[in-house]
Design a protein around this ligand. Sequence first.
Ligand SMILES: NC(=O)c1ccc[n+]([C@@H]2O[C@H](COP(=O)([O-])OP(=O)(O)OC[C@H]3O[C@@H](n4cnc5c(N)ncnc54)[C@H](OP(=O)(O)O)[C@@H]3O)[C@@H](O)[C@H]2O)c1
Length: 274
Amino acid sequence: MSAPVIEANGARIPAIGLGTWDLRGRTCARVVEQALRLGYRHIDTAEMYNNEREVGEALRASGVRRDEVFITTKIWQDHLAPGEFERATKECLVRLRLSDVDLLLIHWPNPRIPLAETLGAMCRMKQAGFARHIGVSNFTAPLVDQAVALATEPLVVNQIEWHPYLDQSKVVAATRRHGLAVTAYSPIARGRAADDKTLRLIGLHHRKTAGQISLRFLVQEGAIVIPRTSKRERLEENMAIFDFTLDDAEMDEIRKLAHPAGRVVDWSGSPNWD
Ligand SMILES: NC(=O)c1ccc[n+]([C@@H]2O[C@H](COP(=O)([O-])OP(=O)(O)OC[C@H]3O[C@@H](n4cnc5c(N)ncnc54)[C@H](OP(=O)(O)O)[C@@H]3O)[C@@H](O)[C@H]2O)c1
């Protein structure tokens, strides 16, 4: 089964991808290869995940053609000065053993480095053919506006934490206003949504699990989702979200689960950008 594709500023991105944070070594290689064999066509990695080598190995071992898979990597906060950014990008490609990635992201903003300089470097990486598309991650609404104004190449994605416990309407609206797609990371709230009573009850009507309801909710909100799992059966479970529809009342009920302390990823080390 092939997943729907989300189009954004010239990019075509599979609506579901495999997240790989915290998957390392043989486990990472096994899970990524299994995912590709099961039909995943979008893999999310990053230089700080320390698993790009295994992601590249798994891609080659899977037998799936390179041009059929959408590969994202991200450059860490410490490498956003232009020279560092370019060096880090090339090192990602060496570890992946690829000539380019489909999407190159700024992993987190860094207020100590002028955004214009980082974006300049990222646009050069795209022009040089090292990345087919570029984008950002963990950017707030005002930062998305700034980034779009400064970039000389189109940005296609803002990757942010998003799941039923977090109201992201403000940043989602700002991101979409510029034609970027939103990728939802931690889309099952690091596993928390899979135990949620409301999501379970809704799932009973559709013969789906609470985890699948969380993912389907985001897909119906127009997001790209990148759930991570180390388990084969959950790879299949997380993909089986395109054969049913939540109705308006169910969507509203899920939206009500959002609350101000709903984040599962720690932002405490980040400056207050709003
Ligand atoms: N840009 C960023 O700053 C950023 C930050 C965080 C994450 N991300 C990306 O987003 C990806 C996903 O986010 P995440 O890894 O934080 O969290 P997540 O995908 O929401 O949750 C992963 C956790 O949920 C469990 N799980 C997966 N599928 C399940 C299911 N169907 N039922 C029950 N439990 C399930 C997994 O355990 P098992 O392994 O036991 O299945 C794992 O512990 C990351 O891997 C990474 O690629 C990006």
